[in-house]
Ligand binder design. Structure first.
Ligand code: SF4
Length: 69
């Protein structure tokens, strides 16, 4: 199971990429609302792939929280 991570929803541009890569952990509705984290139950590699693919770079590990302040 991956470590906790979160979406900085203010930065999300609602592209849906994260949910395409890892539908177990991300939910996305095609209505321009931000994606949501629904589970941490997948491989770390998959979450890293969503982070690298996110065009807004707004998926972060919880430990990176302070970097947003
Ligand atoms: S990949 Fe990033 S910008 Fe796209 S829906 Fe997911 S969190 Fe939002």
């Amino acid at each position: 199971m991956a470590e906790p991570f979160f979406i900085d929803k203010g930065e999300c541009i609602s592209c849906g990429s994260c949910a395409e890569i890892c539908p177990e952990c991300f939910s996305f509705k095609d209505d321009m609302s931000p994606a949501a984290v629904i589970s941490f139950d997948c491989e770390v590699d998959l979450i890293e792939e969503t982070m690298e693919s996110c065009p807004a770079q707004c998926i972060h590990w919880k430990d990176d929280d302070e970097l947003l302040d």
